[in-house]
Design a protein around this ligand. Sequence first.
Ligand SMILES: Cc1ncc(COP(=O)(O)O)c(C=O)c1O
Length: 419
Amino acid sequence: MKSKYKTMRDFIDIEGMNVFESAEYFQNFITQFEDKKLYPYGFVSDSAIGKNMTVVDFYSKSVTQTISFVTNNYLGMTQNQEVQNAAKKAIDSFGTGTCAAPPIGGYMESHKILEEKLAKLHDKEKAILFASGYTANIGVFQNLFNKLDLVLVDMFVHASIYDGLKNNTNIKIYKHNDMSYLELVLQREYKKHRNMAIVIDGVFSQDGDLANLPDICMLAKKYQAMVCVDDAHGVGVFGQNGKGTLDHFGVADKVDLVTGTFSKSMGTTGGYVAGSEKLIEYMRHYSRSNTFSASLSPASVAAASKAIDVFTANPQYINKLWENTHYLKKRLIDCGFDIGISESPITPLMIRNDEKTLFIARKLLERGIYVVPAIYPAVKLNDSRFRVNVTAQHEIEDLDFFCKTLLNLDNEYNLKLRK
Ligand SMILES: Cc1ncc(COP(=O)(O)O)c(C=O)c1O
């Protein structure tokens, strides 16, 4: 793949090109993959989302049955019978959508009940729903903070946090989990702003490691900063009964706002923010991505609500997730693969070469394994990897099959993946 176009970044803000010209020029990015058929983004899933997925090839349109590691369906709730039944019942009773924003008829009893359940899950007074985890973060960061504030952001937080903060606020991005630097900035900026806030992911979505929440909360208290945690990958995975990373670290009472999504452990779509009663009521009026967007469909609300009931009452789902996670990590390490610094079911298989990563993705798919490559700009340059997502649905044979196929590829193509 020898090309002057290296990454998607090469196609942003090209001087002298209007939108149409830029779009036309961008075709070069897609066509550069043609020779080796390595374009990674165009596959279509033609089955339910679970550990077995049917994938339609972007180039040949051929259909492959795969063992999938691409989704964050950690507990398999997309295919849980109780969750599916709850969603079906909600459609029968309340129809397929609300077709209205929350303040103008779109707020149903089921939304209210789910908000209460989420507040309880996070040991907070109140919660508010959003159409997705992405828009929940937009709703917090676009509307609560502005130029009078300083928001300190770990460099590896999710894109939705950056997008929420874009252009509107003073932000200081600090090196990943670097507590000394964070303290330095807090000290320097102390009392110079209306608010200071520290924003982190509970579980970082590319490396799978955790935020140092105890130290962050301690520093926040010392320098009077708010703490906001996006716990998208923590809920249903960490803490007692899946309460998330705040519970795991025992810091729920020290975190001001926690944001989350239903698109991972809860097996559907939607997002939320939990916090104090006053903050949440304030957001109900001033978070534009809540106020001006149609509320969640009855089926999504019912599915998320039932998923929480299921995983909090039945520890076997979370136990199986962790059993699989430990098994896969140990096998990959024993084989000599580099799996980075993950502490969660997100298992990065480090390749550190974009073309090699895309090649392996292709070969794995041909052999019935679906795993998505993460290349720049999703990760830092030369930090490409596979984000192997283990779920409770996988069986030990699936994990063995993955490791064996990887070993075979490494040997056959002399990929030098092992240390
Ligand atoms: C850390 C984090 N926050 C937010 C989101 C967005 O969630 P949603 O898919 O509900 O928009 C994601 C999804 O990938 C995520 O990983």
